[in-house]
Design a protein around this ligand. Structure first.
Ligand SMILES: Cc1cc2nc3c(=O)[nH]c(=O)nc-3n(C[C@H](O)[C@H](O)[C@H](O)COP(=O)(O)O)c2cc1C
Length: 165
């Protein structure tokens, strides 16, 4: 099984969870980490003054890589930081950049400062609109990125056999 773990990360938390997931999948699956970069290159300050309002509006950023071909993968995992209760514009850009995603299995995770947020569900809906069969979402808080229950749930969503849907 081949898994694409596509993520955006400004301060490293989402990258950390993506890397932990890749580590947990080693031996079970072949996982590739694909980092998405927002061409606007936010600082912490401009992320709040400009990025958060854009996230709130659901804007789609121009990103690198401009196209993400997932033809060779069985499962597409998307990881987003929560910005203003929403996925980042870069991860909206990642959904738009997907090629050959139709019919793939999908899983979404979000990392946040804390508290409930619909960001993962919002991104999951966007992924489903691209024809991906989304299996579920997972949430991590930045103070507890290694949360075992959340990581176990995420691994289970990714590795669940095809017959289970
Ligand atoms: C611009 C901005 C907006 C944020 N908005 C929220 C928010 O609405 N709710 C929340 O729980 N955390 C919020 N956070 C905290 C981040 O979601 C959290 O630190 C996340 O783990 C960052 O991921 P990263 O290190 O991969 O960039 C925000 C952070 C930034 C920079």
């Amino acid at each position: 099984m081949r898994v694409a773990i596509i993520y955006h990360s400004l301060s490293g938390n989402t990258r950390r969870v993506a890397e932990l997931l890749a580590g947990r999948l080693a031996g079970t699956a072949e996982a590739d980490l694909i980092e998405v970069i927002d061409r606007r290159q936010y600082s912490t300050l401009t992320a709040y003054t400009s990025g958060a309002p854009r996230a709130m509006r659901g804007e789609v950023a121009e990103i690198d890589p401009a196209e993400i071909d997932v033809a060779g993968y069985d499962v597409v995992v998307l990881g987003t930081p929560v910005w203003a209760l929403a996925p980042t514009p870069a991860m909206n850009g990642a959904v738009a950049a997907l090629r050959n995603a139709e019919g793939k299995k999908g899983v979404v995770f979000a990392t946040s400062g804390g508290g409930p947020s619909p960001a993962a569900e919002t991104l999951a809906a966007a992924l489903a609109a691209r024809g991906v069969r989304v299996r579920g979402t997972a949430q991590f808080e930045r103070k507890d990125l290694e949360n075992e229950a959340a990581m176990n749930g995420l691994v289970e969503l990714v590795t669940r056999p095809p017959s289970a849907g």
